[in-house]
Design a protein around this ligand. Structure first.
Ligand code: PBG
Length: 330
């Protein structure tokens, strides 16, 4: 037992001694207002289906989806994002169901804005839920995704969703020039107040696997690497972010989240726009799978994932772990 003290005046552990002191020293926090809930839609009434690859997440018919959104909003969740699972017979080469004014998404937007008016309704802009080949854009006979042809389709989809009452459109397709095209089309039709949340840095990621099971889509040829980004790149993400800001985006987003925390932090330094992160289906599914085996605690692991995303600089987070995190916050 040492009776003399030795020179150690600085002891970082003093700030970790009690839960009260730790609270004072805490640098970042999570609150319900940070989160966007992605919700999956199916046709019909009073229907809900479990998504096999995403334990705890369901697809809902529009009526049930509105109920789900009401419950989330009452707990402080400010926004939802809508993804449809389209019947295979309604899919085609161009994804024309994307601009059917009576399609699943526009119908859900109208009902949500009527029943839960203060909820922010975000609608994803991309063709993949609607195309027979599963790509986000329209391919030519050589299986190349045609950028400018796709822009025309995205504008049709955007105007239908704006007309239905969407607060924010979120282009996730990664075509060049889409933010400017969509902004100009919205303004020309009197939708100046509809915002654009651009997935400026969306990577070609294996972490989207469970999502494709959720919306029941698969690629009939190729991959998405000619439009989604190479996971090896970060300067390219900054270039995309700067372009989208110049083109008139109101908010930016990085996707997936955890493998790309450096991208979130770097984009945050380069822009004055709000920056979001999409904690994607694979990031959710792998934690749930390990939890089901008793290998880790889902709620604690989700907290750590989401606070890490916040610490990297995200102003808001799209996540499927909404219920686990709401339980934790309450
Ligand atoms: C498609 C889209 C995808 C996701 C959101 N929008 C999949 C893809 O690009 O293949 C993935 C979301 C997730 O994995 O949670 N435009």
């Amino acid at each position: 037992m040492a009776l003399t003290t030795f020179e150690m005046l600085k002891r970082p552990r003093r700030n970790r001694q009690t839960s009260s002191i730790r609270q004072l020293a805490q640098e970042h926090t999570l609150c319900a207002g940070d989160f966007v809930a992605p919700l999956f839609l199916i046709p019909g009434d009073k229907r809900r289906e479990q998504i096999e690859a995403m334990p705890g997440i369901e697809r809902h018919s529009v009526d049930f989806l509105v109920k789900e959104a009401e419950i989330l909003h009452a707990q402080g969740i400010p926004a939802v994002d809508l993804f449809p699972s389209i019947d295979p017979f309604a899919k085609d080469h161009e994804g024309s169901e994307a601009w059917n004014p009576n399609g699943l998404v526009p119908t859900a937007i109208r009902l949500l804005k009527r029943e839960v008016p203060s909820l922010c309704v975000i609608a994803d802009i991309a063709l993949d839920p609607y195309t027979s080949h599963g790509h986000d854009g329209i391919p030519n006979e050589f299986h190349e995704i045609e950028n400018d042809l796709t822009l025309e389709a995205l504008i049709r989809q955007s105007l239908i969703y704006a007309e239905a009452g969407a607060d924010i459109l979120a282009p996730s397709d990664m075509m060049d020039g889409r933010v400017k095209f969509i902004r100009e089309a919205l303004d020309a039709q009197g939708f100046q107040n509809v915002g654009i949340l651009s997935y400026c840095a969306k990577y070609a990621s294996a972490f989207y696997g469970p999502f494709r099971n959720a919306i029941q889509t698969s690629l009939s040829f190729g991959d998405k690497k000619t439009y989604q980004m190479d996971p090896a790149n970060v300067r390219e993400a900054i270039r995309e972010a700067i372009l989208d800001e110049e083109e008139g985006a109101d908010m930016l987003m990085v996707k997936p989240a955890l493998p790309y925390l450096d991208v979130i932090a770097k984009i945050k330094e380069k822009t004055t726009l709000p920056v979001g992160a999409y904690h994607v289906s694979g990031e959710y599914a792998m934690i749930m799978a390990a939890h089901e085996r008793g290998w880790l605690d889902a709620q604690k692991t989700f907290y750590e994932s989401l606070i890490g995303i916040k610490r990297a600089g995200a102003d808001f987070i799209f996540t499927y772990a909404i219920n686990q995190i709401l339980d934790l916050l309450n």
